[in-house]
Ligand binder design. Structure first.
Ligand code: HEM
Length: 806
């Protein structure tokens, strides 16, 4: 396995995280194998395989630079050699995955890998490291009218023998077909369903192309039909070069698979000589994901959070523990994790183990190892090839303190006072001329200005105007250290001052936490949690717009809250022995938990308790083995509110229903007002809740009724085999209803639908077979806003333009 972090990390994620938690959605464009988001008569998987060949086919191994899979096809779409809409749409799809860590040429190779595997074919081994051409290469893609000698010469020029040529062509034509619209001399218009004549009787990647060619019934339009008299029967011409010897040897299904795996691997490994490909990518057994350090108010502690992705294909895991070293390499501590979600790829499954732990800022962290215990008793410690998984603490982007408003990107970072002066780096995607559907990456830097000193860190800030959040990455580097590759689209529109809420890394959490604490909390929490922070709060808060109002007599200070809504504090309780103290329900929010959030989540239960900062348990009874512990044991400050305690390890901040107050009916009305104001100006609109008398209600997700001219139309199912809204697709880990509607609204499409938390689909009409179901089915919160619903698995939260009714 590579040593993490490695250059292939982004590619590996896109390659193996097909569905589930943190899935990247690459394969959703080719799932099922027959799918095309561009309507009937097309198969995206086939288009992805074909573009791989066309990008490679102009290789000339006899001259330098010899070319290969280098993305040059993006500049060659007007050449008569690249006929068909699939080239441009494939490149457009790839462009949304394209960034400084993943080239278009690696995506073209990955498209071959994914389309073959996703259509039931073999695993085409995948390596990374290709670099992109910046202009067109030579011409030379084989054309169906070429003669046998020309084909042989062309493949020789590409570095392939006659048997290679036959194998590659047969494997290429295992899926897809010929479009009458592109090649009327091969398929007469009107002669095939949807004017799309398949190479064999299935759309799957199987051996039928060879079997039917030899034994019939032959349907391949490149070997029979009008292509013969029009001398465009190129499959016949190619397969016949050695009198069918090679194609005959491929008819067995297992042989076909193994031959295609190796010839297509050679095809995607035909790369310019200066490209150094990585080892064949196998999924990491253990891979850190979204690891983030965030300086907490006062500067005495750093939140260390993220997920550990564990490959579960071949193991059943019972627990995952992190052991870290401090910044000088001495023992730091251990951190337990809890399941955050599961994901799968074509051949692998994964479980993500989430954690969030506060560590002292002075001793800090330098690396960690991961210990995976399996249910069969086996325990393995993963040390990243010996050195541990590195964590640099020289520079950390402060997510909640950074923001993006009207194109003005403001970034705050905490930089170790001993580290070099930091620089803000920005990479934007700049569209090229219309014929080239791949953007260029424009890199810029901005100097950062030093502000306050907070504990061992200095706070730096910088602003930069960007043209679009979509695809824009930013980061801060300091000498050899960097905290980079952040999505501009994940930022809130308001910078939260350091100290008014937990500065954890995600924008959604800041939305949640800011609504639960009054705006006046910042100062008091600063003074209680730290000794030397007065200057901080002032200088940092100058970057924010709100946060001043405050001074409503009683400023809350850190303490155990006697009353939360209709619940009364019972004390600090232990977990049960051999079982949980509360077993009714559980939910986690390590970056943003507050007592109010847990109370809302457990509404209707007699008890709830918050443990370990981010864990919320509900129940109607308390396990008898759970006993009252020392109050001081419950000393974890809530990540979403610096004035509340949220239990500790094995300790519950326990609350019990006080009396008959109608706790369940509280949430909906007040929370929806929070939702409609979404991410903007949070603290000014939020109810400056009097925590003592009237119940404080934490936000819960709800249906966004409308955004601009789009109105909620209901929760709809996906039909089988086709997407309900199939014209455009905009997935993002920062998905919100606003983003989805903005994306579909550019065209503008009639319908926008959010699905599975992070997907966004658009179309002017529904595909047949999609049905309206109950709103409750659309129960997944948006990846970019936990207060909004974004469909669910196989369910779309649909919005319609201009209120036209369905
Ligand atoms: C002598 C060599 C080849 C010739 C003359 C040739 C020609 C063609 C033609 C004319 C089409 C129809 C395109 C359309 O109507 O959109 C086609 C489709 C296709 N070709 Fe080839 N091809 C050759 C080799 C290959 C190779 C080596 C591969 C990949 C390894 C490949 C992959 C494909 C695929 C996947 C399709 C289906 C595209 C779709 O359904 O949209 N071809 N080819």
């Amino acid at each position: 396995a590579p040593t993490w972090p490695a250059a292939i990390d982004e590619l590996e994620d896109v390659m193996v995280l097909n569905t589930g938690y943190k899935s990247r959605g690459f394969s959703s464009h080719i799932t099922p194998c027959s799918f095309s988001e561009f309507g009937v008569g097309r198969q995206t998987a086939a288009e992805w395989l074909r573009i791989g060949f066309h990008d490679m086919a102009t290789t000339n191994v006899f001259f330098e630079p010899h070319g290969g899979i280098d993305g040059s096809i993006a500049f060659e779409l007007q050449s008569g050699e690249n006929i068909g809409a699939g080239f441009a749409t494939s490149l457009t799809t790839y462009s949304s995955f394209f960034n400084t860590r993943l080239s278009i040429s690696d995506l073209i190779a990955l498209g071959v890998h994914a389309s073959v595997r996703g259509c039931g074919g073999p695993v085409v081994p995948m390596r990374g490291g290709r670099t992109d051409a910046t202009g067109a290469g030579p011409i030379g893609v084989p054309q169906p009218q070429n003669g046998q000698g020309v084909f042989v010469n062309q493949f020789t020029r590409m570095g392939f023998s006659i048997p290679d040529m036959i194998q590659m062509t047969a494997c290429g034509h295992a899926i897809g077909g010929v479009h009458a619209g592109n090649f009327p001399e091969i398929v007469p218009v009107g002669s095939a369903p949807n004017d799309y004549h398949l190479f064999d009787t299935t759309l799957e990647f199987d051996n039928l192309i060879a079997v039917q060619y030899l034994n019939g019934p032959v349907s391949d339009p490149l070997s029979v039909g009008i292509s013969v008299m029009n001398t465009r029967n190129s499959d016949f011409v190619v397969f016949n070069t050695d009198k069918n010897v090679t194609i005959k040897a491929m008819t067995g299904a297992p042989t076909f698979s193994s031959v295609c795996s190796s010839i297509l691997q050679r095809m995607i490994e035909t790369v310019p000589l200066n490209v150094q490909l990585s080892d064949v990518i196998a999924p990491y057994e253990v891979k850190p994901s979204g690891i983030q350090l965030t300086l907490l108010a006062g500067g005495t502690q750093i939140a260390f959070s993220g997920d550990i992705r564990v490959r579960t294909t071949t193991r059943t895991v019972s627990s995952v523990t992190i052991t870290y070293k401090n910044r000088t390499g001495g023992a730091g501590g251990t951190i337990t994790t809890t399941v955050a979600g599961t994901a799968s790829g074509f051949d692998d499954s994964f479980t993500f183990y989430g954690f969030s732990s506060n560590i002292p800022a002075v001793s800090s962290i330098s690396s960690f190892t991961v210990t995976v215990a399996e249910t069969d008793g086996l325990t393995t410690t993963f040390s990243n090839n010996g050195g541990g998984f590195p964590v640099q603490d020289d520079v950390m982007v402060l997510g909640p303190q950074s923001c993006l408003s009207n194109g003005n990107l403001t970034v705050l970072a905490a930089v170790r006072s001993t580290a070099a002066t930091p620089t803000l780096g920005i990479t934007q995607k700049v569209p090229r001329a219309a014929a080239t559907p791949v953007p260029s990456l424009a890199k810029a830097t901005a100097a950062m200005v030093k502000g306050a000193t907070v504990g061992p860190y200095d706070i730096y800030s910088a602003s930069y105007i960007i043209s679009s959040a979509t695809g824009t990455k930013f980061g801060v580097s300091s000498g050899p250290s960097a905290d980079d590759f952040k999505d501009a689209s994940s930022l809130d529109s308001t910078c939260v001052p350091l100290g008014s809420s937990d500065p954890s890394s995600t924008s959604s959490s800041s939305t949640v936490s800011s609504t639960t604490s009054t705006s006046s909390t910042s100062k008091s929490s600063m003074s209680t949690t730290s000794t030397s922070s007065t200057s901080t709060s002032e200088s940092v808060s100058t970057t924010s717009t709100s946060s001043t109002s405050s001074s409503t007599s009683a400023t809350p200070t850190l303490g155990h809250k006697p009353i939360v809504g209709s619940y009364t504090f019972q004390g600090c309780y232990t977990e049960g022995t051999g079982m949980r103290a509360l077993t009714g329900a559980v939910f986690y929010d390590y970056p943003a938990m507050t007592l109010e959030m847990c109370a809302t989540n457990c509404a209707g239960f007699t008890y709830w308790g918050v443990e370990y900062g981010g864990e919320c348990f509900c129940g109607n009874s308390l396990a008898p083995s759970s006993t009252l512990a020392n109050l001081n044991d419950c000393n974890f400050i809530c990540p979403g509110s610096q004035v509340e305690y949220c239990g500790a390890g094995n300790r519950l901040e326990l609350y019990q229903l006080t009396s008959s107050t109608s706790s369940t009916s509280l949430s909906s009305s007040s929370s929806s007002s929070t939702v409609s104001s979404t991410s903007t100006s949070q603290s000014t609109t939020s109810t400056t809740a009097e925590s003592s008398t009237s119940p404080t209600v934490a936000p819960t997700p709800s249906i966004v009724p409308s955004v601009g001219s789009y109105h909620y139309a209901g929760c709809y199912t996906e039909p089988s085999g086709v997407r309900a809204l199939s014209s455009a697709f905009y997935p993002t880990d920062a998905q919100t209803i606003e983003l989805c509607i903005a994306a579909c609204g550019q065209t503008p499409y009639m319908y926008a639908g959010a699905e599975y938390g992070r997907e966004c689909w658009c179309a002017n009409a529904f595909s047949a077979g999609s049905n309206l179901v109950g709103d409750g089915d659309c129960s997944m919160v948006c990846a970019g806003n936990q207060l909004q619903y974004c469909g669910a698995g196989n369910r779309l939260s649909v919005y319609i333009r201009n209120g036209t009714t369905t």
